[in-house]
Design a protein around this ligand. Structure first.
Ligand code: FES
Ligand code: FE
Length: 466
């Protein structure tokens, strides 16, 4: 069989297996499937690029990626954010050579074509002599097809047929609100992102942050052994797994009893919590945040978030709440670059911001006490995924936890937010949701989009409108 046949066969298996909980190991290593991911997943989905607070002033820019391709994310003279393909219109040379900065123009190093912050060509050496009266108009930088922000999070897509960002986020928007909209001040990044490369497949990170709480007791056992986390292990496994809408999943550590003692609000400082209110969110959203000890989630394909109480050195001192944002940047089927931002509410004191940043660095970062736990297993997932044995043995992985009738996790009917909700975090529906949508995106024809709502929600919506 040809390569294309084998990746088509893999996709058939994912489509069928996502519901059953059986995923072929080769999706973590197959090079043909990866090329299709670049086109059908990263080339079409809304991809997280930056937080607005990274480019607050006119002319501020950062260099980011959609799939493997470079884009300049820049705020122009009118304050609009543009996402420009970093390739000169003349010969395709990379124009922007700095990770971030402030500028009025980008000048290509090869022959000097110069573009403004909207990507328009505004000058070129010897233009009149060399090109005569030729119009500059059609010679600007190319732009992402669409750019939009939600709760300060800037996304872009290369697909003109992509639905609006809010529609793409679907049920996940409700959960982004309750993390980023807790008060009217909003969130800002605490410095530039940390970046590190792991020899792993991007999907391992994305599925882990979709709600792989099962690994906490084994891989992160030391967190509890040294008393670094303020909630006992088994209590922490209590909580909700939520498939917010197709593709997007999350998990809350939360006691079922609303009056259970804290930590509340992901461990953010009490003085900060006093500023949380219903200016931008509902009373239900505020209450879910109040009761939450940990929030972890993934916006398909590769934007993850984590909020939890931690200390600077992973010790048992009083913890501080940390909020991290991250992307899993694909770099071949067997390599991922992690971009890791620490973030905080704008009205934190400088001391609190400093402590939150250092707590993040000390725990979930390249050199963090707990981050290093995760990376090693993921390396072996991609190595085995690329193996001849996985292909020849048609080796299937088990994602069955929490299927109907499997285990102690049960569907929850009474829940104020959107999505499919399960009680207790012993559950892998959150990952099955990611792979179900993944398979649909991978198979979708150009211009066609899979459903962004679950069938039961679509039916309820119809009823509501009727
Ligand atoms: Fe950019 Fe020639 S390649 S100016
Ligand atoms: Fe982990």
């Amino acid at each position: 069989t040809s390569h294309t046949d084998s990746s088509a066969k893999l996709l058939d298996a994912v489509t069928e297996g996502a519901e059953k909980g059986v995923i072929p190991a080769s999706i973590f290593g197959d090079p043909d499937l990866y090329r299709q991911e670049l086109r059908n997943v990263f080339g079409r989905c809304w991809v997280f690029l930056a937080h607005e607070s990274e480019i607050p002033a006119k002319g501020d820019y950062v260099l980011r990626k959609i799939g493997e391709d470079n884009f300049i994310v820049v705020r122009d003279d009118e304050g609009e954010i543009n996402v420009l393909f970093d390739a000169c219109r003349h010969r395709g040379v990379q124009v922007c050579r700095s990770d971030s900065g402030n500028t009025s123009h980008f000048r290509c190093p090869y022959h000097g074509w110069t573009y403004n912050t909207k990507g328009n060509l505004v000058g070129a050496p010897l233009w009149r002599n060399a090109f005569g009266g030729m119009s500059k108009e059609n010679n600007g930088l190319a732009s992402a097809a669409k750019v939009a922000s939600y709760q300060g999070l800037v996304f872009g897509t290369l697909d003109q047929s992509a639905p609006p960002l809010k529609e793409y986020l679907g049920g996940m928007a409700w959960y982004l609100d309750l993390v980023f909209g807790l008060n009217e001040h909003g969130v800002e990044v605490l410095g530039p992102p940390q970046r590190f490369v792991i020899d792993a497949n991007w999907k391992s990170g994305a599925e882990n942050f979709s709600g792989d709480d099962y690994h906490l007791g084994t891989l992160h056992r030391s967190v509890w052994e040294i008393g670094a986390f303020p909630v006992p292990f088994h209590e922490n496994m209590m909580g909700y797994h939520i498939q917010a809408s197709p593709g997007h999943s999350l998990s809350f550590s939360m006691a079922q009893d609303a009056n259970e003692p804290g930590p509340n609000y992901f461990g953010f400082p009490d003085e900060l919590a006093q500023s949380f209110n219903t200016t931008n969110i509902s009373a239900d959203q505020l209450e879910v945040a109040r009761r939450s000890r940990v929030f972890v989630g993934n916006v398909f394909p590769n934007f993850s978030m984590l909020a939890l109480p931690m200390t600077e050195d992973g010790s048992n001192h009083p913890p501080v709440g940390i909020l991290t944002l991250r992307t899993w940047q694909p770099h071949g089927p067997g390599q991922v670059e992690v971009w890791n931002w620490f973030a905080g509410y704008k009205n934190l004191t400088p001391e609190q911001k400093d402590r939150a940043y250092r707590a993040g660095l000390g725990t979930f970062s390249m050199g963090g006490a707990f981050e290093v736990d995760d990376t090693e297993p993921w390396i072996t997932v991609s190595r085995n995924g690329a193996s001849t044995a996985a292909e020849l043995l048609d080796f299937q992985l088990n994602y069955e936890m929490g299927k109907p009738g499997v285990g102690i996790s049960k569907p929850v009917k009474e829940w104020p937010g959107p999505g499919r909700v399960q009680w207790t975090r012993y559950e892998e529906g959150v990952q099955r949701n990611m792979y179900g949508f993944y398979a649909e995106m991978m198979r979708s024809a150009p211009g066609q989009w899979p459903s962004l709502v679950f069938p039961e929600d679509a039916a309820a919506d119809k009823e509501h409108r009727a």
